[in-house]
Design a protein. Structure first.
Length: 148
């Protein structure tokens, strides 16, 4: 593709470096206008953005109640969602401490996979048979545990 440049391209690296310098200069300009107490609050907010905690919290707030419930079921790491044999529109949660019947609908699981919270782990002929928490899902739950 012509629009996608290699990250090692010197012109891209120079542009990214310039953008970083501009962003830092803007941040310092804003900090200079703030009082000491406001500066501490501003710095805490910027650290939250840089660390990614802000993005994970916004992702959590964008999920529906059904999607949140499905993610919470898988939080321990020993459960996974497996599609029902008799009803293709439902997933059951299998694993410890116990199984949960009708844990999520297919549309719910697909949205979570699109968000990168879950990943398909089914066989090649039917990838949507099973789903587990992806790395991003584990990170999301870790950030939420730290916040609460």
């Amino acid at each position: 593709m012509m629009w996608k440049q290699d990250a090692r391209d010197p012109s891209t690296a120079a542009l990214l470096a310039q953008l970083d310098r501009d962003a830092t200069a803007r941040e310092e300009g804003v900090r200079a206008m703030l009082t000491l107490a406001q500066q501490a609050e501003f710095d805490a907010g910027m650290e939250e953005i840089r660390s990614g905690r802000y993005a994970f919290r916004m992702l959590w707030h964008s999920l529906s109640e059904a999607q949140r419930r499905a993610v919470k079921l898988l939080e321990g790491g020993s459960r996974r969602l497996i599609r029902c044999r008799h009803q293709c529109s439902l997933y059951n949660a299998h694993g410890e401490p116990h199984a949960v019947s009708g844990a999520a609908r297919t549309a719910t699981v697909r949205v979570l996979v699109r968000h990168g919270v879950l990943q398909w782990t089914g066989p090649a002929e039917d990838q949507e048979l099973r789903a587990e928490l992806a790395a991003r899902g584990h990170a999301l739950m870790a950030v939420l545990r730290d916040v609460n």
